[in-house]
Design a protein. Structure first.
Length: 239
């Protein structure tokens, strides 16, 4: 390891025979254990002095040391994941409380936008985090309505926080950060987090997707969702 080292050495010669030494170094301490195999030079004991420790070291490393180190790494990783998960859960609960507090203000803002005859900015849904995980959730639960207050792994519903930030039929967020009221980081180890927003503006559906490095500005014409033309269906009916 970084702090310890185990080795062996073999001494042989016509005058002092064959001897084997096991050496252990730990931090600034060292220990040597000499074993005399023969007082006279013996070729068979010399070969055994090389082969046996090599086999023993290889066997111990392969079946004892490596599995133990792998287990310790796995255990350390699991502990770190559990610690990180507990922190995420705490932040999720804080975000839930903030969402609950902003409900009345958000409801008033939605009503104000609905009263605009030309069609104000109405945010239908906003999701932040790992969008692939969100899409998997949607595939598995196509008919399930998303509970905005539920805690999901790797993504979170930030619809109300985005509604709260909207002013004068516009939503501007200079930097997407988990420190925004009602936001939190649902997957700290995942770097490709995104914010996707579905909204209505001037009675038309829009969808916008932003990376964490981008600023948010809505509405924009390029966000408008194009409706599929019914011309083909009409042609088929005419035939």
């Amino acid at each position: 390891s970084d702090f310890s080292n185990i080795s062996f050495s073999v001494d042989f010669g016509g005058l002092f025979g064959v001897s084997l030494s096991f050496n252990l170094e730990y931090w600034n301490h060292s220990l040597s254990i000499p074993i005399v195999l023969s007082d006279n030079f013996d070729i068979f004991k010399l070969v055994a002095a090389f082969v046996f420790p090599t086999f023993l070291f290889s066997f111990t490393k392969l079946f004892v040391v490596d599995p133990y180190l792998s287990y310790m790494d796995y255990r350390k990783q699991k502990e770190e994941e559990e610690y990180l998960e507990s922190k995420v859960q705490k932040k999720a609960k804080v975000a839930q409380n903030l969402k609950h507090l902003m409900k009345e203000t958000v409801a008033a803002k939605i009503e104000k936008q609905k009263r605009i005859k030309s069609g104000g900015l109405i945010i239908k849904r906003a999701i932040y985090g790992d969008l692939n995980s969100y899409r998997e959730f949607q595939k598995k639960n196509p008919d399930k309505k998303i509970n905005k207050n539920a805690i999901h792994k790797r993504w979170t519903d930030v619809t109300d926080p985005c509604r709260l930030l909207a002013e004068d039929s516009k939503l501007i967020i200079p930097v997407i950060k988990p420190t925004i009221h009602g936001f939190y980081d649902p997957c700290p180890s995942f770097k490709d987090k995104k914010l996707v927003i579905w909204y209505k503006f001037k009675h038309s559906d829009h969808k916008a997707e932003f990376k964490c490095t981008e600023s948010v500005k809505l509405p924009k014409p390029k966000h408008r969702v194009k409706r599929k033309s019914n011309n083909n269906n009409n042609n088929n009916n005419n035939e």
